[in-house]
Design a protein around this ligand. Sequence first.
Ligand code: BGC
Length: 252
Amino acid sequence: MAKKHVLGIDIGGSGIKGAPVDLDKGEFATERERIPTPEESTPEAVAEVVAQIVEHFGGDIAKGSPIGITVPAVVHHGVVRTAANIDPSWIGTDADTLFTERVGRSVHVMNDADAAGVAEMHYGAGRGNEGVVLLTTLGTGIGTAMFMGGELLPNTELGHLEIDGHDAETRAASSAREREELSWEDWAERLQRYYSHVEDLLWPDLIIVGGGVSKKAEKFLPLLHTRAPIVPAQLKNDAGIIGAAWQAQHLG
Ligand code: BGC
């Protein structure tokens, strides 16, 4: 297999998914592997699953290549600092060191939305855009990634802006639409409030909307009115894995 295949792993609330990524093409080199997230998703339990995934792809990934991993939390210089939608025991965990020691390869851990953003900037909807780009992922929470001149400003956490007295993601994430059984129109109203607020603060040149629900972008994006163009992500569910692999490779 070509030397540039780097393993990316996405740690989510229900599944831990990994695939070797072809960084020339920005796509999976082989089919991904998915293992359910352990019920008690402590760092140690998750590290076991990560090790299984690394073992599964052992022969497919470049010798000595680093591994990129995403978590749905702030990752400040390799240390997990928040746990909005993951086990609280992650807070304070030096995830880079934990995984590196467990799998015996250099591991780089990053925020899930930042990873999705990196992938979209290099291979997807943000490609070639040198301006201010905001990627939002609409899922259990709202994840955000910001870029300027193609460079990531890590850990922006704009899903937690307080809007109308609420943590924004509790009202406008995709999970809120499901939980409250909102129509697309009613959900779009909440998204409108969210994006208008963010636009007034940051004035992005482009807004990219990712997360599983972006597969159904035609149901809600046409209902939104933003100053900047707002477009669906192109890499869909693969973005986190691809972005994490890209970042790991470029950090060495
Ligand atoms: C977390 C972010 C994460 C986002 C999407 C938020 O609740 O605070 O770190 O990127 O959810 O998973």
